[in-house]
Design a protein around this ligand. Sequence first.
Ligand code: PLP
Length: 404
Amino acid sequence: MVTINTNYEKLKGNYLFSEIAGRVAAYAKEHPDQKIIRLGIGDVTQPLVPAVVQALKKAAQEMGTPEGFRGYGPEQGYAFLRETIAKQDYENRGCDIDADEIFISDGAKGDVGNIQEIFGQDNLVAVCDPVYPVYVDTNVMAGRTGDFNLRTGGYDRVLYMPCTRENGFIPQLPDRTPDLIYLCFPNNPTGAAISKEALQQWVDYANQNGSVILYDAAYEAYITQEGICHSIYECSGAKTCAIEMRSFSKNAGFTGLRLGFTVVPKELVRQGVSLRKLWGRRHGTKYNGAPYIVQRAGEAVYSKEGKAQLKAQIAVYQENARIIREGLTQAGYTVYGGVNAPYLWMETPRGVTSWQFFDQLLKQVQVVGTPGEGFGAHGEGYFRLTAFGTLENTKEALERIRRM
Ligand code: PLP
């Protein structure tokens, strides 16, 4: 008889965004004439920049010629892209990362979800609370989390690190030592960024305790302030304790094109085994490489024209973030984030839960955001808005919220 992976039955309720989509669809069906503005899901709205489109076209044409056609590419990614990343994202920031330590993929979500496969079943996993749900759910699926506990609003065997207004949404070093530590900065959902000093403390802690930090830097392009690391490898000693994940989704609008990468340094060894070799084995067994044309498009992101065009594109989202932050503050709300991140984390009005606030915004002014509770127990009392809308919609949404 076929049995199923019963760990899936432990997943908490509906995936957050399906629940939101369901509520929005039901409302839209009843009110077909109303314009709903979505500042909930973190998808981008601006088109690909010309440098990327040109690279895609050129690569597609190459593939249509006998000389330029390429079949399966290297599983780890083409050297032209890995070398460009090593130089521009790392060497130029003073980090010593070799092209051999970079694994190209079709995006960060797959990588942050799959990375747990190279670790043993009994590792203690630490996550921030609130958290990007993928870190927890993929460990639930793998049977590493214990049961969901209705009383605590979390899984019994996961170490939740509260991120609150009191600690500036930066987790404190835990009393109990975790094995795997998921960190994401600039953070989704709180929009908080971590200073170099604070990140260095985590690196030192991980090295002292033999933990591994899984560092998700999907939003590094949104950092505007000095003293904040774009990569964890800017901290000394990070190569012996950290794996870093990056995405082209939010810095170059590749959410539909799909491209990302993971860095596993050669120095990262546990139980005498190289984690780079383990990840290489996993990647090569289950993944056949990102498309050639998309990797060429990724290379164009680092070209002179690409960089200039993307700087302008990100500036539009940063301006949206400023509009939301200032508008909500003027309207009397307390708002965090939005300075080094495309996410705004606002406090819900006193006595209003995050799902109640979601329903109020949807029904009264037809604006969709994301209830903080969906990201973890410590997200209750908060609401996430994203800066990825169009300028026009962002302004209109703000006007409507202020009227409310
Ligand atoms: N990591 C974080 C923290 C995210 O918020 C997201 C997307 O929303 C991802 C990873 C996924 O990135 P990608 O589109 O590259 O899969």
